[in-house]
Ligand binder design. Structure first.
Ligand code: CA
Length: 228
């Protein structure tokens, strides 16, 4: 189970985040000020920290700076308020992984949390090579090759491939792919976008893209990656 720490001083925000993250199946702990947050980060292994910037005792930016100075690479998402543009940039420079601006939608936050957890999950596994049809893929390095040499894939193509690979032999709907891979993007892609990406991936993966055997179509729903 993924363990998340919320460092936030506003009681309503604390409670709302905690309830919603627990509902999503995460284990959640809460700290109400920066000092307490820093202490918990030192004493525990979290998969992710949601860190408010304006905090009593120690600001979120100070917490972030100290955590990174101590070589702790726990993923951090900063919670910033409108008008804290400078803090946002500074936070990323200090080593935060992402930020959301209050007021944010829960859906947006959850998408970002999932994206970060997915990324660190891949990194944790170390060597993450997979043979997918003709394509040898290293998800950690975002590298791919076939018998002829290096194959250039876009970031999104890697993400789609990875998602399907992680859910092999499972039918994955276009909407699920949109939600999981595109998530919080500002551009609003359609299911047609997904189809186009799949067509391109098949060109790389399948021996005969016109007769797909690896990324197959599930009629009326979406796609499924099957073992050869
Ligand atoms: Ca605050």
């Amino acid at each position: 189970m993924f363990k998340i720490l919320i460092v936030e001083d506003e009681p309503a925000m604390q409670l709302g985040l905690k309830d919603n993250l627990e509902f999503e199946g995460y284990e959640v702990e809460v700290a109400g000020d920066g000092e307490r947050g820093l202490q918990l980060i030192r004493d525990n292994q979290y998969h992710l920290v949601l860190l408010d910037i304006m905090l009593p005792k120690l600001s979120g930016l100070d917490v972030c700076r100290r955590v990174r100075e101590e070589r702790n690479q726990v993923p951090i998402i900063l919670l910033t308020a409108k008008g804290e543009e400078i803090d946002k940039v500074l936070g990323l420079e200090l080593g935060a992984d992402d930020y959301v601006t209050k007021p944010f939608s829960l859906r947006e936050l959850l998408a970002r949390i999932k994206a970060i957890l997915r990324r660190s999950d891949v990194n944790d596994k170390g060597s993450d090579e997979a043979q997918i049809g003709r394509l040898l893929v290293n998800f950690q390095k975002y590298a791919a090759s076939n018998e002829e040499g290096e194959v250039k894939l876009s970031h999104k193509e890697f993400e789609i491939l990875h998602y399907l690979y992680e859910h092999r032999n499972e039918s994955v709907s276009r909407y699920r792919l949109l939600e999981e891979v595109w998530g919080y993007d500002d551009a609003q892609p359609t299911t047609r976008t997904v189809d186009n990406f799949i067509l391109r991936l098949r060109q790389q993966v399948e021996k005969d893209p016109k007769d797909p055997r690896i990324i197959i179509t599930v009629h009326g729903s979406g796609y499924k990656m099957v073992d050869e």
